[in-house]
Design a protein around this ligand. Structure first.
Ligand SMILES: Cc1cc2nc3c(=O)[nH]c(=O)nc-3n(C[C@H](O)[C@H](O)[C@H](O)COP(=O)(O)OP(=O)(O)OC[C@H]3O[C@@H](n4cnc5c(N)ncnc54)[C@H](O)[C@@H]3O)c2cc1C
Length: 519
């Protein structure tokens, strides 16, 4: 994005707020604070890319992901590396799929709404109201341009300003299978423009190009990122964004309040003074920074309760060519399984149709099905004939699913994160139910054979919000229980994962936290 001519601040100036990270959690908050006249600086570890730098080449694209090594353990270790979390001005929204379901009210009251017999495995409630979050979600949808169907089958109140984007072949096949089985499915809400649009402070964004390569970065502005929406608005309102700036230290005064952050840029070390600090580095980097600095952890909850959405996929092989690499990859949704009638588990999942690029398909086959050699090559032959369906499934918090620091240091001299994650019986039951559902849909649509690929997605929960200071790291507004001028605005604050994908809710939470800071 264009940063030339933006306002700049001296390191010795005590700016009102420093924000660490420019993704879904950092950017909306930065814009809101700047628009209200605050002097704000965003520090972003990754580079600032021009949209023309984005390529649909999967070999080059990983540079928009956090590629610095993270160590992974547990019985169902989270896959890090490409396609994991964001790096660069725009954060995770550079690579996100822009699939934007809204959180379901039942998911935000998971514990209260669960069967008491489920005991410890009954999930967690969010300390904020669904209606409050929804008000902010509507604002985000209008700002970034979310398209979707009106009426929406699972929410009579909801309207979308833009009609949904075109379905691709995997969406058509999922729709066919669902209709044959009596499952409701509809066009997915997506932060993908249907028509050309002039985005304030950014410029023209093009209507849908039917690109299947949006996870690799998208150069036409069809997909909303924070780099083509909130960040230009922030800069226009006087925010400074410093790319290639990795924060590794936080300084405090005698009363324990944050006074400055320390960061590395181009091999040099800098210190930016500030009156308040917002951590928006995401579900891994925020707890890593807090553990490394020893801050905001009187509860001992920093790094605990790591959540990863259930994201099992089923791929069906059809007789005719599907060419699922074309068109918006996740054009169909079903929310019929957010609370399946026959469920033996807490929570549920939503379904999304899947198209896929070749390298991503190959790595999913290696990782999910353990294929290698001739078997892998055979399976890859099916790529053009394959349509997929995936889930976003609830994950319950467990203290021992956690992030700690390793003895090994990264390229910035910070101890690497070690994340231990084991899916519990609830997650396994959701996966099994979902694999059965998706297999039936693909078979009903005419798939000759199907393959289940177990996986998880997203990095949430490691600095969760809580009403009780002993149970979490921040309160429902995002403010640290321990340090009054320290706030968190990223996926680490999620108390439970929700069955909705996290990006839209995160942007809404960011606006809400900004308003609480301004109050
Ligand atoms: C492959 C993929 C597809 C996805 N698709 C969807 C989707 O379709 N729909 C959806 O809702 N969600 C999706 N998500 C999830 C979505 O991208 C995240 O929920 C969202 O981006 C998280 O926002 P965040 O602010 O927590 O972190 P991020 O957006 O990852 O932003 C964190 C930023 O902070 C920076 N940073 C971190 N540490 C430091 C530091 N110490 N100093 C300076 N900067 C730092 C990082 O470089 C990064 O830019 C997807 C995620 C992945 C991996």
């Amino acid at each position: 994005m264009k940063l030339q001519g933006m306002r700049t601040y001296d390191h010795d100036e005590i700016v009102d707020v420093v924000v660490i990270g420019t993704g879904a959690g950092g950017a909306p908050l930065l814009a809101r604070l700047a628009q209200r006249g605050l002097r704000v600086v965003a520090l972003e570890a990754g580079p600032n890319l021009d949209p023309e730098d984005f390529t649909n080449d999967e070999v080059e694209a990983p540079r928009i992901n956090w590629m610095s090594e993270r160590l992974s353990g547990g019985e169902t270790p989270t896959a890090f590396g490409p396609n994991n979390s964001g790096f660069g001005v725009g954060g995770g929204t550079l690579h996100w799929g822009a699939f934007t379901p809204r959180p379901d009210i039942r998911d935000m009251r998971l514990h209260t709404g669960s069967d008491a017999d489920a005991g410890a495995d009954s999930g967690a409630d969010w300390p904020i109201e669904h209606a409050d979050l929804t008000r902010y979600i509507v604002k985000v949808e209008r700002t970034i341009g979310v398209s979707g169907p009106t009426p929406y089958p699972w929410d009579a109140e909801r309207t979308y300003l833009e009609p949904p984007v075109d379905r691709n072949a995997p969406a058509d096949l999922m729709a066919l299978g669902c209709s044959r089985l009596g499952i409701r499915a509809t066009d997915a809400p997506a932060a993908i423009l249907n028509h050309d649009r002039e985005q304030p402070h950014h410029g023209p964004r093009r209507g849908s190009q039917n690109l299947g390569s949006i996870h690799q970065g998208e150069r036409f502005g069809t997909k909303a990122t924070t780099a083509n929406t909130y960040l230009p608005a922030a800069v226009a309102a006087g925010a400074e964004i410093r790319p290639d700036s990795m924060v590794h230290g936080i300084e405090r005064d005698a009363l324990g309040r944050v006074t400055a952050v320390v960061y590395r840029r181009g091999g040099e070390e800098f210190r930016q003074r500030c009156a308040a600090l917002v951590l928006a580095g995401g579900g891994i980097e925020t707890p890593r920074l807090l553990l490394n600095t020893g801050l905001a952890n009187s509860s001992g909850m920093v790094g605990r309760n790591f959540l990863a959405h259930g994201a099992v996929q089923v791929w069906g092989r059809f007789d005719e060519q599907i060419r699922g690499y074309r068109g918006y990859p996740s054009a169909l949704i079903s929310e019929d399984f957010v609370r399946p009638a026959d469920a033996s588990f807490v929570g549920g999942y939503l379904l999304q149709s899947l198209g896929v690029m070749p390298l991503t398909f190959a790595t999913s086959l290696v990782r999910g099905a353990g294929l290698w050699g001739a078997e892998l090559v055979d399976a890859l032959d099916a790529w053009r004939y394959s349509a997929g369906i995936g889930i976003n499934g609830e994950c319950l918090p467990r203290e021992n699913n956690r992030l700690v620091l390793s003895d090994e240091r990264d390229e910035w001299g910070v101890p690497r994160a070690v994340v231990t994650f084991t899916q519990g019986p609830n997650e396994k039951a959701i996966d099994d139910h979902a694999a059965g559902t998706m297999t039936s849909i693909l078979e009903a649509a005419g798939a000759r054979e199907t393959r289940v690929l177990p996986r998880t997605a997203h990095t949430l929960g490691t600095c969760r919000m809580s009403t009780d200071p002993g149970e979490g790291v921040v309160d429902g507004d995002g403010r640290s229980h321990d340090i009054p001028n320290l706030w968190i605005s990223d996926n680490s604050t999620f108390p439970s994962s929700l069955s909705a994908n996290p990006g839209l809710a995160q942007m809404a939470l960011a606006l809400r936290t900004a308003d609480r800071m301004l109050a």
